[in-house]
Structures are given as C-alpha cells and as structure tokens.
Design a protein. Sequence first.
Lengths: 249, 249
Amino acid sequence: MTLAPPSPDHRFDPIRKVPAYLKVRDAIEAEILAGRLAEGAFLPTESDLCRQLDVNRSTVREGIRLLETSGLVERGAGKRLRVRRPGTGDVARSTSRALTFSGVTILQAWDALALFQPQMAASAALRFGQSEIDALEATHEYLIDTDGDDFETIVRHTDAFFAHVAAGFDNPITTALLAALNRLIEAGLRQVITAVPDAKTRIATAQAKLITALKDQDAEAARLWMTRHIDDLRRGFDVAGLSMDTLIV
Amino acid sequence: MTLAPPSPDHRFDPIRKVPAYLKVRDAIEAEILAGRLAEGAFLPTESDLCRQLDVNRSTVREGIRLLETSGLVERGAGKRLRVRRPGTGDVARSTSRALTFSGVTILQAWDALALFQPQMAASAALRFGQSEIDALEATHEYLIDTDGDDFETIVRHTDAFFAHVAAGFDNPITTALLAALNRLIEAGLRQVITAVPDAKTRIATAQAKLITALKDQDAEAARLWMTRHIDDLRRGFDVAGLSMDTLIV
DNA sequence: TATGTCCTATTGTCCGACAATCAGATTTCT
DNA sequence: AGAAATCTGATTGTCGGACAATAGGACATA
C-alpha cells in the first residue's frame, strides 16, 4: 500500500455549520413550499414545534422571526402562526426595502423607471381589457376632482394610476417590480407635487393621453406618452430643486 | 362643568403595540441608515445591546435575526456583528426569493424577461464601454470553449452573459432586478440546456449577434437579437417538454 | 517564524418562569 | 332562549440565568 503523493493543489470545501435557528426556518419553509402546510393553515404552537424539532423555544422563535419577514407566515387570530402566500405588495415592499438599503439614488430610480415604464405601457396596451380601462379612468377622474393642494391624495392617485397601467400587463412579476420602483420614487414624487404648482395638471394631461392610447391599444402612442410622462417627472425634480444624487431613504 | 355630548362619528386610530424585538430592529437599523454606525463598524455585543436598549438578550437576538436577513449586518470575525451595505447580489437574492414565495410560473418569469431584456439590451447598447465589451467577449469565448455536455458551466456562462449586458446599462437597480429574473428562470434554463442538443450553439450564435450590436452601439439591433434570444428560450422550453405553467421552486 | 497552550469574551443554545392576552366554554342576567 | 358577563386554559412576548463551544489574543516554546 503506497501513500499518494501530496497534492498541494487540493482544495477542501469549507465546512459550514448551519445554526439550529436556520434549520428551523428551513424546515418550516420546506413544509410550506411543499404544500404540506396549506395556505391559511395554522402552524403548531411554539411549544409543539420545540417538541417536534427537538430544539428550545428560544431557537424556534429565532427561526420563526425569519419566516415572518418573508411573509410566508403571519400572526393571525389568537396570535397563532398561520401560513400565508405573500402577494404583489409583499414583493414590492421587500424589494424596495432591499434596494433602499443597498443605497440607490433618485437618479438611478428614475433611470430604471424611464427604462421599464414606457416598454410596460406599450406592451400593456396590447393586453388591456375593459375592466382595467375602467379602473384607469376612475383613478383619473378622482385625480381631476382632487383639490390641487391636497398633495397626499394626488400622490396616492398618481401611484394608483401607474399601478393600474402595470396591472394591465397582467403579470404579477412586472407588477411587483414596477410597484417597487414606484415606492422608491414616491418620496421624490411627493416633493415634486408639493413644489411644482402645475404638477397636478401636467400629470392629468399625460394620464389622459395615456388612457386614450391604451384604449386604442396603440402601443407606440402609449410608449411615447409614458416616456413624456417620465421625462416630465425628471423636469419636476429639477424645478423642485431636488438633487438627483440624493440617496433614497 | 358640563359633559361634552357624545360624538358617534368619532373614530379612534387603532393603537398599535409594537413588540420589543421589532423596536430593537428598528433602533439598530435607524442607527445604521443614519450613518452613525458606519459600514464595516462592529456593533456592540449582544450583552451590551441588552444594557443599552434595556431588554433581554433573547429579545435582542430576535431583532438581530431580522437585520441579518436584510443584509444590513453580518457575522464577521469573532462572530461579532458588523455593519454592511447589501449589494446587487443581495437585492437579487431577496427579490427572487420573494417572487418565488409568492408563487410565480415559468411563463410569468419568461414573460417578464421578454418585456424587460430587449429594452435593457437596446438602452445598454448606448452606454456600453470597452471594459464591458471585453467582459462580454470573454464570457462568450468561455462559452464557446465549454464542452457541450458540461451543462452546469454553460448555464453559468449564459447567466454571466446576461449579467454583463445588464451591467452595461450601469444602473444597480436594473442590474439587480434583471438578476432576480435570471435567478427565477435559471432552473428552467438548466433543463433546456440539458434537454436540447443544440442549445449551446444557438445561445452562442445569439450572443455573437448581440455582442456585435452592442459594440456598434446599435440599439435596435441589440433589441432585435435579444428578442430573438428570449423567444428562442421559449421554444427551448417547449422542446424540453417543460410546461410553462409550472410553479418556480 | 511557526506551532502549541492558556485565557477571556462572545455567541448559540438551553431551561424555567411569568404577565398579558386571546379563544372558547360556562355562568349569569333579563 | 338569547345576550352579557365571567371564568379557564392555552399561547405568546419577555425575562433572568445558565453552560458549552469557539474565536481571538497573549504568551510560551521549538
């Protein structure tokens, strides 16, 4: 029996010790994703989980906390844990949160919007149905009826309008991602609306043109007007004296 | 002293009891985002945090767990907590994770890619610099040199190619979001590459056309070839017998 | 310089405890 | 009987204390 020569090139994979609380999370997560814990079902109590997983309650709790942020689980009636499927809002929230933490500027957020929104509007134009048109027009009417000084309501309706355009494309992924971008830009939009006197009018005009294009299923018109809308937002930032290099908080 | 008449219209705001572990998270998070805890700085030890925040260590730990998932904090040397700024990879990871949990199908992921990637390629063409071109060509060369049966490497290089195209647009937000989409589609892509014999060749051809377009800063050519590339992926799914309605795991 | 040994600090995990609160059952009142 | 008040048990949020494992530093040794 001979010894193999030493091979200095050999590399060991680092051994990873997974802490128990992560295993707890993974175990519960796996049960949910595999469908063995159906949506709306109650999880075992913390004490039961202790017994089943054979770890201490403190450890179980640390694992559960992680699940709560991912939205896979919620504290329902009686504070019992209930299985839940996160929706568009959850995805948008966590994505915009992650982007914020990574440190992005208004310019970057606007740039991303300018890239995606016109394409979204153009493609959505080909998929729009009557109910989405109705929703858009209703939002638009609300905006027009809103007092020009009621900045908060104007912001809400502007957001809603974008959300409805995205909804017209009928894809939860793009809806969620664009909602995330809208969340990023929202604070800036609020400042623009507050600082620029004719902001409401300009927004309403762009929306009207967009609605017409979407109703006509005219993709290129939708793209054009969305582009102008976004460009106008950019001008609004300048007028409001908002530096594009400001980090989004 | 007279009693005020009852006002049945009065509405109380719901009082929200924020659990202590959430306050712990928010407190630390606020310190980091405000810059009072600089990147790379060590946080106090858990015991210190107990004293400073005046809560039990178990409570501190539950709060810290939440920060760890958001990537704002990591366990560094000596297991001490260190402040960290999450990067593109973290955003992509958490976003694709959130989307997966929300239950999206291959069709939806492909649809989102088909919407965003061509526009991204077109816009990126106008911003490409020499270093990005070099990175693209290097990745392309690697792919060509890869053994056609080495599926895993092909997948990796295909992903890398998309990542480099996105990097050319030079916006961390779009880079992160498209990376998230690529993560969603990756498992499907792997199956396609495994099942379709000439997958590597077709991918390489499309990449070559794309590189030419990007070098020429020809936005429309880039859009066209990216569209064809994505459409080809779709055909690959069909050939591989992969149902587009499959939930992404 | 590299290796082995001790010491301390810190984390990961455990145990046991208690107040607050919620769901459901039971009783009381009308 | 039906509604309101009350009791009861279960469950969570928080606490205090404990201990083994280990990382890092200091020190000694070859």
